[in-house]
Write a protein that binds this ligand. Structure first.
Ligand SMILES: Cc1ncc(C[n+]2csc(CCOP(=O)(O)OP(=O)(O)O)c2C)c(N)n1
Ligand code: SF4
Ligand SMILES: [Mg+2]
Length: 281
């Protein structure tokens, strides 16, 4: 059985105190608790401080390009349904340039876990306003304050057919790990948005900010309408599983013999291509 040490990858270069350390610890702990081995897991990042998590965790890793973690993760799952696939990245990565992929992955309900490490700012590029920055948030790109309003990932996912929608806080490792375990066990697309403070560039959304404000939701809400109402009522400052629904995932519905894709020698010959074509007819 794997231990936490087995999942340890390259040494992180994150700033001391960065929330992303705890998110990584939570993901690794959840994987160990559920009995996964590193070779059974694929971890895919986009670009950002957060996305470096793919290099810092020992598993099958793919550090993709900005906002493209989700399409690559979905491709890996399609090619190898036995793999536990996790896509992880930042709020800029997932809700800015990658937001189109996000919404389609949600409605597709493909069986992967998406961890968005939300620090309400672009950390890697040194502190610009992100799609999750609050209205009137001041940075070097919004000197007079942000005149846009932030993306609401929870309501978006719930409204667009999300079957597991949760939010956690990297300052509460125990609660976050429990949510991550449930997300990893969910058969379908699981979103866990995690408030993960950037201690270097965001002096507003700090650990204390979240500790003072977050409201814990003890159990998933009964309906999508109710879940969205609760998210809006607390202005997104909630932690827990907001909504969960059992629904056949994308690949189960397709009912394809996925073993056909295990091409051992790497060569896709003509007959295999014809067979694949046949499956989609
Ligand atoms: C196509 C493209 N556009 C812009 C960038 C520059 N860029 C790199 S990371 C990043 C944002 C990172 O913010 P986030 O995803 O929130 O991660 P964080 O660093 O905050 O963890 C940007 C804009 C890029 N690498 N590629
Ligand atoms: S810049 Fe911010 S997000 Fe990036 S490692 Fe430092 S604290 Fe973390
Ligand atoms: Mg960010």
């Amino acid at each position: 059985m794997a231990t936490l040490k087995d999942f340890r990858g390259d040494t992180p270069t994150w700033c001391p105190g960065c929330g992303h350390f705890s998110v990584m610890a939570g993901i690794q702990k959840a994987l160990v608790n559920l009995g996964f081995e590193p070779h059974q897991v694929a971890l895919v990042g986009g670009i950002g401080c957060s996305s470096k998590i793919s290099e810092y965790t020992r598993a099958y890793n793919f550090h993709t390009i900005h906002g493209r973690g989700l399409p690559v993760a979905q491709g890996i799952k399609m090619a190898n349904p036995d793999m536990k696939v996790i896509s992880a990245g930042g709020d800029g990565d997932g809700y800015g340039i990658g937001v189109g992929h996000f919404i389609h992955a949600v409605r597709r309900n493909i069986d992967i876990t998406y961890v968005a490490m939300d620090n309400n700012i672009y950390g890697l590029t040194k502190g610009q306003t992100s799609p999750r920055s609050a209205h009137d948030f001041v940075t070097k790109t919004t000197l007079k304050g942000n005149k846009e309003y932030p993306v609401d990932p929870l309501s978006t996912a719930i409204a667009n057919g999300g079957t597991f929608v949760a939010q956690a806080f990297s300052g509460d490792i125990k609660g976050m790990t429990e949510i991550l375990e449930k997300a990893l066990q969910h058969k379908g697309f699981a979103l866990v948005n995690i408030y993960s403070p950037c201690v270097t560039y965001n002096k507003v959304n700090t650990y204390d900010y979240y500790k003072e404000r977050l409201v814990t939701i003890d159990a998933p809400l009964a309906t999508r309408e109710e879940a969205i109402r609760v998210v809006k009522e607390h202005e997104g400052l909630v932690q827990g599983i907001l909504f969960q629904e059992e629904r056949e995932d994308f690949q189960t519905q397709l009912d394809i013999d996925w073993n056909i894709l295990n091409v051992q020698e790497g060569a896709m010959d003509e007959s295999l291509l014809r067979k694949l074509e046949g499956m989609y007819k």
